[in-house]
Write a protein that binds this ligand. Structure first.
Ligand SMILES: Cc1ncc(COP(=O)(O)O)c(C=O)c1O
Length: 470
């Protein structure tokens, strides 16, 4: 192996191997619909959601899973969640409207939109979908719309400002606990200022992926539930949002080796591993490393159900852990998994358009796609793509280089990381990006240059059939 090659081998669900054997269907889909294409399979979606449900059940808890649709725009996922009787977390008018059209009942919906306009609020009220309250102006608007419609609406109050290890968790969302208590006891419900807003439960979603932060915040929710109960106000549910980690990579050693090597490269102690030695957040200032990698933690031994279990069994300073307190207070626990519902659900495939060299000598492989079609908040997507060669050309000629895309920018890299190719990619070869359904394929996609958005497909394993779907 090349001394400067640090592979990051992705975990690959069996459906992907099966699908990649259908080469004719793949080439036909790209010929008809253009490159790239996004391909989904429902088996891992079902597996992920039912595993979360089973985990709650194993503790005897009342629970509800709401697939956070913002992580992938495809309507067929909402249909699938509906068929499995799971919930859907909606974050915009269109997300809510489509979920209602699909037939998801109000009890299986929640509206967590960060900005709720009159149109969205009216739709939620009409369908009696719980609205998650973020601020007082929202209370006023919901009250006004509900008065106009002469009805009431179920409400969950979003909490923030949790204190963890004596530190305030900063947030732009929700009500800090004392304000939430005052709002619920003094302003919501019958004969109060917001008498159309009927309190049902508490809600939060935290940035990042910390188990203790989530569990300690849940403990603080249960403290508030007890205070409200003492005032005669029952709480039905506590929703602790998303942020459940997944594991993208096969090998811890590879992940650690890459991170170490990246640091060395940024310090100029080895050849660059990234385009123009991008530190992915790390910075070399006068020979010393500053800041951290700004990337998703791609390797996680604790993930999905084990992550959830560690929250449920987290005790903290008090005598009881989370699941014991939920049982004792008769609270339904809710989650809104986005990325973790979609683990292994989708892949993105793009066609090679050209090979060329950068003026600095680096090999560039041009793909028929742009970087918004494989993009999240993470500084890079650190998984090796699969290279599918069409022909026999150039066997044995290994090389390294970068994947570049169609936007007219010098920095238009599909991946910032330098890749190692077993043979020189040829025009019309394919690159397959693994595990892209959660955020990667849709969250930042744009139509700059009037490039059409990528087509989405479902692969039906039983019939080995690829179906174009919204
Ligand atoms: C309110 C809320 N719920 C759920 C999610 C989904 O989070 P994740 O995809 O990390 O599970 C988000 C993501 O931003 C969110 O804002």
């Amino acid at each position: 192996m090349d001394a400067n090659h640090f592979p990051l081998t992705p975990i690959i669900h069996p459906w992907v191997h099966d699908f990649l054997e259908q080469k004719e269907a793949i080439y036909a889909a790209i010929a008809q619909h253009g490159s790239p294409i996004n391909v989904h399979n429902m088996t891992p979606f079902d597996e992920n959601l039912s595993a979360f449900k089973k985990t709650f059940d194993s503790y005897g808890l009342k629970s509800k899973i709401f697939f956070a649709r913002k992580a992938n725009k495809c309507k067929f996922l909402v249909e699938q969640a509906q068929q499995l009787n799971h919930g859907v977390d909606t974050a915009s008018y269109m997300e809510l409207k489509q979920a209602l059209e699909v037939g998801v009942p109000a009890a299986n919906l929640v509206c967590t939109a960060a900005v709720k306009n009159r149109k969205l609020i009216a739709l939620a009220i009409e369908a009696q979908v719980p609205l998650v309250l973020d601020n007082e102006d929202e209370c006023t608007l919901i009250q006004t719309v509900a008065e106009e419609m002469n009805t009431t609406v179920p409400i969950q109050v979003r909490l923030s400002g949790f204190i963890v290890a004596q530190q305030l968790l900063p947030s732009r969302f929700g009500f800090e606990r004392k304000k939430a208590y005052a709002l619920i006891t003094e302003s919501l419900g019958k004969d109060k200022q917001f008498d159309r807003l009927l309190y049902q439960g508490l809600h939060f979603h935290l940035n990042g992926y910390s188990i203790p932060q989530r569990a300690i915040s849940l403990h603080q929710c249960f403290d508030l539930v007890a205070e409200l109960k003492a005032d005669g106000i029952p709480t039905k549910s506590v929703d602790f949002g998303g942020g459940i980690l997944i594991n993208y990579l096969k090998d811890r050693k590879e992940w650690e080796a890459f991170q170490e090597a990246l640091k060395e490269a940024v310090l100029h102690k080895r050849e660059a591993l990234t385009f123009q030695n991008d530190g992915l957040g790390l910075m070399n200032i006068e020979g010393r490393l500053y800041f951290d990698m700004q990337v998703y933690p791609y390797y996680n031994e604790v993930n999905k159900t084990t992550f959830l279990e560690q929250i449920l069994t987290f005790q903290g300073d008090g005598p009881k852990n989370i699941f014991q307190r939920a049982l004792e207070q008769d609270i339904e626990l809710r989650i809104e998994p986005g990325r973790s519902s979609l683990d292994q659900v989708g892949i993105t495939i793009a066609k090679v358009a050209f090979r060329r060299y950068h003026t600095d000598g680096q090999l560039l492989i041009g793909l028929e796609m742009n970087r918004t079609q494989l993009r999240s908040a993470s500084a890079d997507f650190l998984l090796d793509p699969i290279h599918i060669s069409q022909g026999e050309a150039a066997k044995g000629e290994s090389c390294e280089g970068y994947l570049v895309g169609a936007y007219c920018l010098e920095q238009e890299l599909i991946l910032k990381r330098k890749l190692y190719f077993h043979q020189l990619p040829q025009v019309d070869d394919l690159f397959v990006f693994i595990n892209t359904a959660g955020y990667m394929m849709h969250f930042y996609e744009s139509e700059a240059h009037l490039f059409p958005l990528a087509k989405n497909f479902v692969y039906h394993t039983a019939h080995k059939m690829l179906e174009a779907r919204d």
